[in-house]
Design a protein around this ligand. Sequence first.
Ligand code: SF4
Length: 284
Amino acid sequence: MRLATRSATQILTPQRGGFLRAGPWPFTHSLSWSAGCGLGRTYCGRYCYAQYLPNWVFSRAEGEDWGEAVIVKENAAALLGDELARAGAAGRRSMRIFMSTVSDPWQPVERKLRLTRQCLEVFVRYPDIDLLLLQTRSPTVLDDADRIAALPSAWLGMTLETDRGDLDYGPTAGAIRQRLTAIEALVAAGVRVQVAVAPCLPHSEGFADLLLASGAQRFVVDTFSAGDGSDGARTAKSPLARQAGFDWRDEGPARRLYEHLHSAGAAVGWSAGGFAGIPPGRLL
Ligand code: SF4
């Protein structure tokens, strides 16, 4: 995989519409320190919608496929410090940041560069932002469990699409069992955890009970059609649609999982409304 660095001029991207705004408590900004994602060659890379977005399309070298390169903003933490300072106390109190929508904060190169860790160290200086949702598939997040637990605004979103262990996520994305173990460890460390079954993949009958036993405080259930930002059109042209071996348009299993969690009394949301469903800190 090619690793390139560049100096950027902005790190927080204002959200004016779309997926992150479509809920009762919308996000105001997204934050990603890379174009491209080092988990792009694992199972999720087969359907990842980020490979169709300008952030990657205009950053890659000619002929490069998703997962073959990561171009990082080496000055991410410095920019973040500047932008949070410039926002002022009133601006920060309304900030709801999703990190990251187009890459994974704990993708493999994080262990080398520690850009997410540097950003967390900036966030420590600004405890007044309303929400920081850190979304990952990687058990490497445990390297920073204590730092996340120290942030009053932070929620950790762990993606767990299924309980089936036979899908080839590869060691870097974290096998399902490793991710479940990470959720339990994060909860034990005092981190607020939201599990994102996004997109919901074929799973066993016991998946809902496994989720309920994980200790996570919230859940989001999503599907390919509801969650790819194009009513399934992006997924239809993805490699997954040709190789899935299951009906990815069938929302029945996801609906039943949602109902199971809901009827058990869990805090659970559906798709975009679920992601943008964490109430402001003052209401929690
Ligand atoms: S971890 Fe997320 S951003 Fe990275 S390839 Fe998978 S779905 Fe895409």
